[in-house]
Every structure is written in structure tokens, then in C-alpha cells.
Design a protein around this ligand. Sequence first.
Ligand code: ADP
Length: 591
Amino acid sequence: MRRAHHSPILSLFFVLLFAATAEAREVRIAVLAFQGSERAVQDFEPTIAQLAASLSEHRFTMVPLDLAGISRAVAEKSVDFVVTNPGDYVDLESRFGVTRLATLESRDRMPPTDTVGSTVIAPNRVGAPKRLADLAGNRLAVVAGDAFGGWRVIHREMDDAGLSPSDLAGLVETGFPMERVVAALREGRADAGVVRACLLEDEIARGMVGAEEFTVVGERQAAGFPCRLSSRPYPDWPFARLAGTSPDLAKAVTASLLSMAPVGGRAWTAPQDYTTVHALFRQLKIGPYAHLARTTFGGFVRAHWHWFLVAAAFVGWWIVHVARVETLVRRRTAELTREIRERERAERAARLHREERDQFSRLGILGEMASNIAHELNQPLAAITNYAEGMTRVIDAGRTDPAFLRDGARGIAGQAERAAAIIRRIRAFVRRREAKRESLDLDDVVHETLALFEGPALRRGASLEVRLAGALPPISADRAELEQVLLNLLQNAVDAMDGAAASGSGIVVSTSREHDTVSVAVRDHGPGLTPEVEAHLFDTFFTTKPQGLGLGLSICRTIVESHGGRLWPTNEPDGGLTMRVALPVPPEDAT
Ligand code: ADP
């Protein structure tokens, strides 16, 4: 902040004052020097002289300052009194509790309540603005943007006329003194300018401005006011004390001021009403009322309602979008759940169907084997009969050789056990059951199956040769299912050989190992496969036999594949067919 420049007159004044009251306490009076320190000293020197004369125990010092300097001096309490314009006073009053003691009185003009006013002037030419509203789009010269009479007073009138500073082409700040506003208009730097009331008349009287050179914009009538005005009038400058200034000193100073005789038409009168100044600040929302300019939520909404509308539309769209997506997701989830349930039902049905088919096939094989089974059972039964008859004859002959009878009874028991074993195997084969995996030796499975099958096969005239590899790695498989596969293949081989001329060779069952698989092959010397039969070999219900079901091989393949294995036919070059089953060896055993 720039401290106002001290003139030689002021320096002299200080020196005199200091010499006269060297012992006295210093009382500092800040004065707004809006037109420079010299002018301020000129205007208020009589006042200081009056105070010094009537209160000789004090040493009064005038401190000319600009607006910012006054504000700082009051804040720092480096002065005791302050003389400033009405606008600045109202600001200091609200910020620092500064209180007015007296109001300046210019006796030759207006009452102290109606002294300060402003005039807007424009070069007098065709098309010059007439009303304040006509200033829209014009450049307006003012001394300073924070000047009271020099700008704010007119700002309020413009506001009443519905004109905001942003409607102007610009605010041209000329700086003090106010004559510079006139200069700016003459130089064409502005289209209109704000000057304090009576400046125009004073300048015309001094011959500095032509009587018709300028026109007044927005002129209004103020009863009895001696000059042309564009604003309502406001009270004159106050003489105020700071909150911390001693009441006794304030009282003495007030009494001295009120008793002062007018000098140059200036005197001090009782403190006046400054509410009109408050009204100005409130209307412009500045100074003590700056908080009114702070946006309230309602005001913000009103100012930006279109953006709120856009935001609301977006939020609305978003809600609809989210709701729609949720509905779609829910619907799709329901669909998927339904699909999964249907698939599970279909899989369950397929499993049941497969199980039924397996059962059907087992019963079919059993049917085909029925006569063989009957024959098989006949052997132990005949043997039992023989034993029993032999023993009866011996007993009838009166012999009771215990060793002979024991042998007979043992024979009967052995044959009965053989028959029971046959029945057990058949029942185990036919019983419907869940597949279960166990570690098996393929040779062992082949051996067991052949025990069930050997008798019937041989009776149908086919010779059966078995070549087991031995020491095969174990496989993980379902014993009953593998037996079923082997039985099927053996049955087909026997069937194939039925019509064939006894060639001397028969069925060969062999096992082998190829590094990560073990295989069992059933070779016959029948007719082999024609291309048509080969094409449909594994089709369900494909059969060339009058009593056939056409299920056997299709089930065999399903079983082998469910074990991760492979079943395939090979026509042998020297006649006959080999059906081969290859099964995987679990990795840890495949060495
Ligand atoms: P089914 O034995 O009830 O006919 P399969 O599915 O076991 O049903 O066999 C289907 C058909 O495949 C048989 O009817 C037969 O024509 C042919 N077939 C199966 N095994 C042999 C074989 N070892 N030699 C020649 N043809 C065979």
C-alpha cells in the first residue's frame, strides 16, 4: 500500500506542532487523502488547528492515507481517530466498531444528510446517452473502482436502472484527481464519466470546461441541491473514533469539533444518519453486505437451472437404465436356471435310459445264454444225482463203509457249491448296479469271465484258446462292466463261428500291453465283417441275427469309452475278425 506523499506544508505543520507540544501525548488522526495529501491537509488543517488550540495537553497529528492505508491503520490501531468518506466509514464501522462523533457540514450547500452525490457527464454531441440505461455498451470513466462518490453512488443508480457493470463496454479507471475523468472524455478514452456533484459547475466557473461541452446523463431532481445530479444524495464525511480510543478524549474532541467556527464554508455538526449508505452497500452486496453475494443453494439452482435439468435428466435415464439392466439380468438368470434344470432332467433321463438299456442287454445276453446255463447247471446236478444214487446203492447193500459215504457226501457238497457259484455269478452279472471303479488286473477279469463262458462255448463246437500276457499293470475299472463287454465279444465270436465250417481253429482270447494301455483281443475265425456291417457295427439295434437285439456292441463301446478306452474291429487277412479293447493305465502305474 502506498502511503500518501507528504507535502512541504504538511512537514512544516508537523514540525511546528511537535515544537509546541513536545511533552504532550500524541493523538493521531487518519484522513482519507483521495486527492493527494496536500489537498487533505488543506481541507482539514483548520480542524486540527482547532483541536490543538482547545486541547493543548495533546499533540494532534494528521496522517493522510489512501483507502487501504486507512483500513490497515485502523486494524493495527495505530491511529485514534479517522476522517473518511461515508462509504469507507460504514465499512470501518461494521469491521472495526469505529463510531462517528460528528459529520462535516458545508453550510453554503445542502444539509449534512444530503451533501455527497455524483454526476455522470458525457461529451455533448448527437446521440450522447441521456438516461443511465443508455450507458449499456459504453465505456465509463471513473476515478477508482472502490471510490464512493466517484463510482459506487452511480453503480447503485445503474443497478436501479437494471444495468450491471458487465453491460458496459468497460470501466476506465483514471485515478485521482477527478479532473482526469474529464480529460479521459476529451481524449476519447471513454464515452461517459462519473464526477462528484458540483465538480462540473466548479470547472465551468473556473473556465476549465465549456458551458455546453458536456451533457448530464440520467439527471435527477434533488430539491434545493445547487448542482446537477445523476444520483440521490448521501450524508457528508464523518469524524469517527476507534473502538479503543478513550471516552474522555472522544468527549473532549467532540465538544471541540462542534464548537469550531466554519472555515472556508466547512464546519462540524452532530453525527448524522448513515443508513442510506448502508442501503447502498446492501443493494450492491459489497462491504459489510458482501456475504449477501455469496451464493445460496436456492440462488445457485435458479442461476443454473438448465444444468440441473440436464443432471436430473441424466439421473432419470441412469435409473431407468439400471432398472432395465436389472430386469434383463433377472430374466436371463431365470432362463439359465430353467435351462440348467432342464439339462439336469435330460441327463437324469439319459442316465436312466442307459441303465435300462444296459439292464436290457444283460437280460438279453442272459436269455441267449439260458440254455447254456441250464446245461451248465445240469452237470453238477447230474454229478450230485450220481453220488446220491451210488451211496443209496451201497447202503442198500448193507455196507456202511464210512470212508466211502464221506467221499460221496463230500462230492455232493462240492458239486452243490459249483452250482451255487454258477448261480452267484449269473446273479452278480444280471443285478442292476451303479458303476464302481476298482484297481483290477485285466488277466484276472478275463480269467473270471471265461470261467463263466468256457463250458457253453466249447459245447457249441468252438475251441477256445487263451493267451494271457501276465504281470500287467493294474487298471481302474468296473469289474462287472468289463465282464459284460468280454461276454458280449465272446458271444458274438461264437455266433460268427456257428455257421462257419469247422476250420480247426477257434476263438483266441489274448491280453497284451502297449506302454500306457493294456488290451484284450477276441479273435474268431468266422466270416469277418462286410463293409456294410462294419459301417453300422456299433449302431444301436443294428443286428443281422434273427434273435439278435443289436445292443451288444453299442453298449460295449459306451462302457469302454466311459473307461477312457477304445473298442475297434479288425478283419484278419487269413479270415475271421478280431475285436480289440484297449484301456488306459493310470499314469502312476504306466512305467
Ligand atoms: P447282436 O449280437 O445282438 O446282433 P451286436 O451289437 O453285438 O448285436 O452285433 C451287431 C452285429 O454285428 C451282429 O448282428 C453281427 O452282424 C455283427 N457282428 C458282431 N460281432 C461279429 C463278429 N465277431 N463277426 C462277424 N460279425 C459280427
